[in-house]
Design a binder for this molecule. Structure first.
Ligand code: G1P
Length: 303
């Protein structure tokens, strides 16, 4: 890049939301897992709001069959809005309009469930040749954290792709993509270079305890790699495998860095972590916290 012409900044977000949600059956038998409420808002709305807060106004959701309610949730509901207006219930009106006001949301369908890498490839035409963010709907990052914005900054500065890593206990590591990293010269900060990646390795073969979490800021070069990526773990086209190629290769769009995150993240695809998310977020809220916190203390004392 010549001096004075900064790298382009990611301004589109891709949110894969085509998964089946089998971990939450029977709740997800007739309802997408992304619509499960976390307190009183569907999980997916937190993720779209996070994208918007990081300056990503253009959101593309990759959906599949039986995901119509996702489109409906981000659409207007004139009859309900009208009723609330007549009643003068502007608080509720604001609440339902929040989802519609989150910016430009587009939808594309992944016709075959061939894996996360394949879902991201479905965004190729919409994204074009710009860096872009990917947010996985199962991962909730507390709104007080600025992880995504930080990753966008790092991507703009360094080029290539940027992933987010988090230390997890060894016994949980095989549920994640796992990274091998090296420190950046002269840096003691939270940014490292990624030298290798492996999807869901056995715990004794994992190169570290640094797990890939569901936030990525990717170079469009990932599309070229994904087009050539063969099915990997679970016979699915894995985003982690494409990132491994980008990490070890050289040239335009190659190279992977990571921001090591130590803040609050919940996996709403996992029942225990989902319950923790609901409780923690409700405790934080002005309308629910004062009632919930003392009750929770008594409840825990009685256990
Ligand atoms: C996906 C990725 C994995 C990553 C995880 C984070 O796996 O393939 O590399 O660590 O998200 O949540 P999934 O949880 O969809 O199986």
């Amino acid at each position: 890049m010549t001096h004075g012409s900064p790298n382009p900044r990611a301004n589109k977000a891709v949110i894969p939301a085509a998964g089946m949600g089998t971990r939450f059956l029977p709740a997800t038998k007739a309802m997408p897992k992304e619509m499960l409420p976390v307190v009183d808002m569907p999980a997916i709305q937190y993720v779209v709001a996070e994208a918007k807060a990081a300056g990503l106004d253009d959101v593309l959701m990759i959906t599949g069959r039986s995901k119509r309610s996702l489109e409906d949730h981000f659409d207007r509901v004139p009859a309900l809005e009208h009723t609330l207006e007549l009643k003068g219930d502007f608080g509720k009106l604001d609440k339902i309009q929040e989802a519609t006001n989150l910016g430009n949301i587009h939808f594309v369908r992944q016709n075959d469930a061939l894996g996360l890498g394949h879902a991201v490839l479905c965004a190729k035409q919409h994204v074009g040749r710009e860096p872009f963010a990917v947010l996985l709907g199962d991962d909730l990052i507390n709104e007080r954290e600025d992880l995504l914005e930080r990753m966008i900054d790092v991507q703009q500065e360094k080029g290539g792709s940027v992933i987010a890593l988090m230390e997890v206990p060894r016994e949980n590591i095989s549920a994640y993509g796992v990274a091998e990293v090296s420190a950046l010269e002269g840096s003691t900060g939270d940014v490292v270079r990624v030298t290798g990646l492996v999807e869901k390795p056995d715990a004794d073969l994992a190169p570290s305890n640094l797990a890939v979490i569901g936030r990525y800021v990717l170079s469009p070069a990932v599309f070229d790699v994904l087009e050539r990526t063969e099915p990997g773990r679970g016979n699915e086209i894995q985003l982690t495998d494409a990132l491994q190629v980008l990490a070890e290769g050289e040239g335009e769009g190659f190279g992977v860095h990571a921001v090591v995150f130590s803040g609050k993240r919940y996996d709403t695809g996992d029942k225990l972590s989902y319950l923790q998310a609901v409780i923690e977020l409700a405790c934080d809220r002005d309308d629910l916290g004062p009632g919930l916190r003392p009750w929770l203390k008594d409840f825990a004392d009685a256990l």
